[in-house]
Design a protein around this ligand. Structure first.
Ligand code: NAP
Length: 283
């Protein structure tokens, strides 16, 4: 339950990397923060660590963004316990060298990075008010991405960069299209590129494969706290309450790829996502 009068933030992928850093920063700024995590043990371990600093109002809820019924269950339970969403940070993400599929049968990067967040966001919209903010953690990798409308699950010629790029371009197109559709309600929607950040991205959660690479990159890449700065800026700074539909890098509006500027692709992706999730937003 949220403490009366406090702003409420939901952060996805909150147990690791930039998600965890975002939770800490928002809690320290006085937000009630709901951590959305897919794995109970990893979520509880992160919560325990985050609560070592006193007076942080942080709550943990489980949800697998690759499982649409679980997203529906999460949003139903959330709405019973919390009156509003002031800030939603769609941060969770996966990158995978192999073609994996979600519970619902979608290519995992498209399914989790875009489709799961699409469903989550649309189902939380009725808890958003004038001034609520949606922040999508996209990536500069959207610039190598293309939406394969003829093969959205990349059954033909899967490649990790192709899949990750598609999912991150989908993040930017979703941001632009949703921003237009919720503007009249006073909700802002922006996305960001965090930079190259040493997190657990790409590390196999079961075998730990890839963690030594992350260890080496720590010295060159940004820390999760540094990487989370732009998302936190959009969630809490005055610009994030005024500007909408933009892509930010280093806390500034930044250029996107040509494909990310296409209204027709943004609309087509939005309509496809509505069909695939069976969740519709009236124009
Ligand atoms: N690191 C970079 O250099 C970089 C650059 C550009 C953009 N980004 C973006 O930044 C965001 C945060 O990533 P990060 O670098 O902080 O990586 P991270 O440490 O690997 O964190 C990713 C988070 O997403 C969660 N997640 C994965 N699949 C999920 C699912 N099906 N349901 C719910 N949660 C799920 C993970 O949960 P588990 O721990 O349980 O797996 C984890 O909490 C991602 O969107 C990523 O694409 C990262």
């Amino acid at each position: 339950m949220a403490t009366e009068g406090k702003k409420i933030a939901v952060v996805t992928g909150a147990n690791s990397g930039m998600g965890k850093a975002t939770v800490a920063a928002l809690a320290d700024r006085g937000y009630t923060v709901v951590m959305l995590c897919r794995n109970k043990a990893r979520g509880e371990a992160a919560l325990e660590e985050l609560q070592m600093i006193k007076n942080r109002d942080i709550h943990l809820m489980s949800c697998d963004l690759g499982h649409m019924d679980d997203i529906r269950r999460f949003t139903d339970e959330f709405k019973v316990s919390y009156p509003r969403v002031d800030v939603l940070v769609n941060n969770a993400g996966v990158v995978s060298l192999d073609r994996r599929i979600t519970y619902d049968g979608y290519e995992e990067q498209f399914g989790v990075n875009h489709l799961g967040h699409f469903l989550l966001t649309l189902r939380l919209l009725d808890k958003m008010v004038q001034g609520s903010r949606i922040i999508v953690v996209a990536s500069g990798a959207h610039k190598v991405g293309k939406i394969h409308f003829d093969d959205i699950n990349l059954k033909k010629g899967f490649h990790a960069i192709k899949a990750y790029g598609q999912s991150k371009l989908a993040n930017v197109l979703f941001t632009r299209e949703l921003a237009l559709r919720v503007k009249a309600r006073g909700i802002t929607v922006n996305c960001c590129h965090p930079g190259a950040v040493a997190t657990s991205m790409g590390v196999d959660r079961i075998t730990g494969f890839g963690s030594s690479v992350t260890g080496i990159l720590k010295n060159i890449f940004l820390s999760p706290e540094e990487g989370a700065k732009t998302a936190i800026y959009l969630a809490t700074g005055s610009e994030g309450g005024k500007v909408t539909g933009k892509y930010f890098y280093r806390c500034q509006i930044s250029a996107t790829s040509k494909a990310a500027k296409s209204r027709s692709q943004a609309k087509q992706l939005f309509e496809l996502s509505e069909k695939l999730t069976e969740e519709y937003l009236p124009l």
